[in-house]
Design a binder for this molecule. Structure first.
Ligand code: ZN
Length: 149
């Protein structure tokens, strides 16, 4: 579905964002699009919370609801367990990490871009921002990241 129909079948409805005047270029994926994306080779869908709130600003129970409800809904949609999480805005605290582990996550990403070493904390992995690039540009940027000079 393209065009941002508000029919209760969009991820944004889960987030409570509803109709917010954002153009279709910035709309959330529909459930069908999430399933289609997840079926692609090398693609894994991970958790990212229900409302995209800064989790450390919430009390522990509210953080737990954001994490657990998002995981439940996506697992129901995708038909498989979520293993990885990306902190909204990269923001997290010790409670966030503890709650992710309790929920069954195996790793999580911040928004910091840095090289991964053996000693990396799996719940504080780096994340690289991906913009609206075409396939060639995406490949060029990946090569730049992973090929040593
Ligand atoms: Zn985000």
């Amino acid at each position: 579905m393209i065009g941002g129909r508000s029919d209760g079948d969009q991820a944004g409805d889960w987030a409570g964002s509803g109709s917010n005047g954002v153009g279709s270029a910035c709309r959330p994926l529909s459930s069908q699009e999430v399933r289609q994306l997840a079926s692609g080779p090398g693609i894994e869908i991970g958790g990212h919370s229900v409302t995209h709130s800064s989790l450390p600003l919430l009390d522990r129970e509210a953080q737990r609801r954001e994490i657990v409800e998002n995981k439940r809904r996506l697992e129901e949609l995708l038909g498989r367990p979520l293993q990885h999480f990306s902190y909204p805005h990269g923001e997290h605290c010790d409670d966030t990490v503890s709650l992710l582990k309790q929920a069954g996550y195996e790793a999580a990403c911040t928004t910091q871009a840095f090289a991964v070493e053996r000693s990396v904390d799996l719940f504080r992995l780096p994340r690289i921002c991906v913009e609206d690039w075409n396939g060639d540009e995406f490949a060029r940027r990946l090569n730049h990241r992973f090929v040593e000079d």
